[in-house]
Ligand binder design. Sequence first.
Ligand code: ATP
Ligand code: MG
Length: 575
Amino acid sequence: MKYSSYFIPTLKETPSEAEIVSHKLMLRAGLIRKLTSGVYIYMPAGLRSIRKVENIIRDEMNRAGAIELLMPSVQPAELWQESGRWEFYGRELLRFKDRHDRDSCLGPTHEEVITDLVRREIHSYRQMPVNFYQIQTKFRDEIRPRFGVMRGREFIMKDAYSFDTDEKGAEKSYKRIYEAYSNIFRRCGLKFRAVEADTGSIGGNFSHEFMVLSDTGEDQIVNCINCDYAANLEKAEVRCIQNNHNNAKDDPAALEEVETPDKKTIQEVSEFLSVSPERLVKTIIYNVDDYLAAVLVRGDHEVNEAKLRNLLKADQLEMASQETVRSVTGAPVGFAGPVGLKVKIAADNNIKGMVNFIAGGNKKDLHLKNVNLERDFKVDVFGDLRFITPSDACPRCGSEIRFGRGIEVGHIFKLGTKYSKKMKALFLDEQGIEKEAVMGCYGIGVSRTVAAAIEQNHDNDGIIFPIPIAPFEVLILPLQVNEKDVAEAAESIYKGLMEKGIDVLLDDRDLRAGFKFKDADLLGIPLRVTIGSRELKNGKVEMKLRTGSENTLISYHGAVETIIDKVKELYDKAE
Ligand code: ATP
Ligand code: MG
């Protein structure tokens, strides 16, 4: 490709709307342009990078035995009503009516469509296992689209769905895709980690997220410094009950009322009564499906709603309004406590070991001291209901844990029979018995992967693309395009590389060298070959890696071979 007849509209200034580096650089390097909130145009060079990620994905998915198809983005409401998600899926699901008044939506994911296809086409164990995938545009009306294509409303996803005859087969399919994903992200040149994750609204019983490690990631991840345990913060299990406080062996003392005027938060109460937050119990009222529940965690802990949802097997879960809290507890928010409450009580495991603690008194400006489990109130259900903290130990091996941040680029789920049961995706097994297919689903954010790669690979001057997903592999930069020798040398290397199938961009623009270098650094093509009249007179051209780790004069004669060898070397390093 020649720069002068291509289109890479780079920007000098950083657009003010961009907060994180990948978003800034993608705009500045002319890879994307915004159409409207969360909706972007993939510009020519950006699209090249996207296509490279797609091709790596295709390659590995095909190798894993998955079969590519392409499903529509418009979906009928009936399928979503059948699966039960028409009501349940939040406002991310863009619903609309067509001209015949039929409810429809833009597909945020395709479990319903694929399950519908499979129930119509697949009837026998002989046709299974099967795994279908597509690379397709998704729409999710995200509440807070941001960071460019990192969290868009419209974005490109690779989604795959496996159908097995039994649990064991489903496990195999899952493992195979787990391996494929590891290959994909390694081949994209990313530093990543697979972590255990919660299954969220998609349902199912087991899941891993593939996280690109980055400080700007939206997800918090926890990993063990000793074993290979790693999990999303939402999912990270708290195994051990912490030694609650130093008087855990005390005898229960008499319940006492203490006035706590206007002291509502844990911090206010603990300061006012001069006790540490670990001695307090937080009581939070939730609306759960069609009932109310109180959730107890220790004062210094936070309720993990994903865990709460799982424990209560709830579809809908949200913190109760101020009015509801008042009607349940008889007090304004800030004074709720378990004693005398007439709703279901769920408590975090850590509450079990607590003696003589402080809780709200269910009356304005009142707390209770020396509250004790069993004697003063009963808990309906205990469970792991809180977020892990840095002082907790690894749930697997008991070692220290670390906190970090990541960008979720892939997510795999074991779905079980959730969809096949609801939508009757049945097949006949070897004995002729009708069974539900056991499913798995597997997503990769294609556009997000490009952004994540940039987030992880850049410097002050611009992007440093890993070669497998760079828009071009080599940039040829002649310094004096109007000098015949230089122009001819550039053209000859350009042609030589193209003939060998290298993706090469020739910056043939008649611009100042400094300007072209700036663009080159911004765009981040991994290998730059600079041709200047002075070196060329000595039979040399300059070869430079965008990482800055190498800068050498190579012989013009044989340059094509030298460059190709270097390209190969870069691939070997990346993969
Ligand atoms: P997130 O927690 O980031 O919202 P998710 O759990 O909703 O992700 P999935 O439904 O598993 O995501 O979708 C599969 C993949 O699609 C994700 O791993 C992510 O890489 C990508 N993805 C999801 N939402 C977006 C979005 N709004 N913009 C870009 N990519 C996205
Ligand atoms: Mg989401």
